[in-house]
Design a protein around this ligand. Structure first.
Ligand code: NAD
Length: 468
């Protein structure tokens, strides 16, 4: 079995002990990740603090280093993709797409510059708003898209002049550890350290550590609240990219034959483990049966299996607790009168496979409608009036994304504007990109990593006022 190392102060280091990382397609041990001790955490933080003064003053050098980092990651896609599939579960083609996306995040970041903004220029004074990096950023990532999410943090944080200590999820640390080692070729020591641990305690210790001035977190609402609380005593700045329960609303001119496939993959890509997957689908009562049938027919054509197997389009859920969570929500919906138009439960075999499940007849107030399932099960809910559909779509603590689907794009855009969420799509869902700011409303978080707004999250403003 290959050895995996953390990167601390530019050097590959083993942990004081290690923990197992499982392959979700078999639940066999795929590799062992290093367990970061508190002393090693101190070393990573000190290295980040020491690297900051030099790293923060040369924007051109940072741009060049990030571009070289993007090139390195791009060149390593084929080598890393099987490892990412192995620990995360997604089909190999999707692992490649994720890794290329990670490189694209670094490449975009390499072009970012902190431009001063002139606030006043008259006989009294010349005043500018300049943006300063915080110092060290503690970055914490989830398991559903470990590499692209990590690179979406690392890129703009480093581009702004910060140094970063990054922690991947215990379920998917291996590829990120490799990427950490790889990038040392082009980054000065201490600028990016990657550490791993078997529980959330390491994340908690990173936040409580005296060095970082900012915490950049992606994960669940529950952990996000703990992160905000842990950051509060030291008033560390926090960005939280948290869970979603995205509604999609189909309007009455939409045709199931035309859009069922797109709706399906909006919900089921990455086995439904996407923060901005469609998690509730609202359909006019008149076309309800047509949509349920069309979605079930797409589901029946999906090839579920190990992500490394040729032709597989949906892998397993990433981990056993998540499998159990989805199973409980589906069982609960079925007990409360829902009907599985496709799937409905686990599949045979040792891995975390769950059949793609389209649920019809789901009642309001059912847990699978109100909570985030984060798995391959979609409740399809009929509605009678658009106002009612919007009210139900917005009646949630979540507010990450949402979409509206129709032939009449103008009308759909008006409806999309009434969704209470950070990103509202028309005739699409799940489109995220380096240049598009991405942030949640309500419990789905605040702040974000993408676009110029996301870049600026890694800085604090300073007004420089010069008397004339
Ligand atoms: P999680 O909250 O369980 O874990 C996320 C990370 O936090 C992991 O690295 C974990 O080890 C760490 N952690 C756990 N406890 C901690 C603590 N007390 N302090 C600090 N760190 C701690 O989330 P997950 O299960 O890995 O990911 C799934 C969730 O992430 C879903 O809710 C999904 O919607 C959300 N998500 C959101 C986005 C977004 O951009 N909004 C993107 C992807 C995933």
């Amino acid at each position: 079995m290959a050895d995996y190392a953390m990167t601390i102060d530019g050097v590959a280091v083993p942990g004081t002990s290690s923990f197992d990382v499982l392959d979700p397609a078999t639940n066999d041990v795929l590799g062992q990740a290093p367990e970061c001790s508190r002393e090693q955490l101190d070393e990573a933080m000190s290295a980040a603090a020491n690297a900051f003064p030099v790293w923060s003053v040369d924007a051109t050098g940072r741009g060049r280093a990030l571009e070289a980092a993007a090139d390195l990651l791009d060149a390593a896609v084929d080598e890393l993709a099987p490892l990412l599939t192995g620990e995360q579960g997604k089909p190999l083609a999707d692992a490649r797409t994720e890794l290329r996306g990670g490189a694209a995040r670094l490449r975009y970041a390499s072009t970012l510059r902190l431009e001063p903004e002139v606030l006043q220029d008259d006989e009294q004074a010349y005043a500018e708003l300049v943006r300063r990096p915080y110092g060290t950023v503690a970055a914490i990532a989830p398991w559903n898209a470990p590499v692209i999410i990590a690179m979406a943090k690392v890129g703009p944080a480093l581009a702004a002049g910060n140094t970063v200590v990054l922690k991947p999820s215990p379920y998917t640390p291996l590829t990120t550890l490799r990427v950490g080692e790889l990038l040392q070729e082009v980054l000065p020591a201490g600028v990016l350290s990657v550490i791993s641990g078997s529980s959330g305690e390491l994340g908690q210790a990173m936040i409580e550590h005296r060095v970082p001035r900012m915490v950049d977190f992606t994960g669940s609402v529950r952990t996000g609240k703990a992160v905000a609380a842990a950051a509060a005593p030291d008033l560390k700045r926090v960005t939280l990219e948290l869970g979603g329960n995205d509604p999609a609303i189909v309007l009455d001119d939409a045709d199931p034959g035309e859009i069922a496939e797109q709706l399906f993959w909006g919900a089921f890509a990455n086995c439904g483990q996407v923060c901005v997957a469609i998690k509730r689908l609202y359909v006019p009562r008149a076309s309800y049966d047509g949509f349920v049938d069309a979605l079930a027919s797409v589901a029946s054509a999906v090839k579920v299996g190990p992500g490394l197997e040729e032709g597989v389009t949906m892998g397993p859920l990433n981990n056993v607790p998540q499998l159990r969570h989805v199973e409980q929500l589906v069982d609960d919906a079925l007990r409360h009168g829902a009907v599985a138009a496709s799937g409905g439960g686990r599949m045979q075999g040792p891995g975390n496979f769950f059949a793609p499940t389209v649920l019809a007849g789901v009642a309001d107030g059912t847990a699978i409608v109100d909570d985030e399932q984060f798995g391959p099960a979609l409740p399809v809910i009929p509605y009678d009036s658009l106002d009612e559909a919007l009210a139900r779509a917005n009646a949630t603590h979540f507010g990450l994304g949402g979409s509206v689907w129709a032939k009449d794009v103008e009308r759909a855009s008006d409806v999309a504007g009434r969704l209470a969420c950070g990103t509202a799509w028309v005739n699409s869902h799940r489109v995220l990109a380096s240049h598009l700011p991405f942030t949640g409303h309500k419990w789905s978080g605040y702040g974000g990593n993408s676009g110029i707004e996301g870049f600026h999250e890694f800085t604090e403003g300073q007004v420089v006022w010069r008397k004339r």
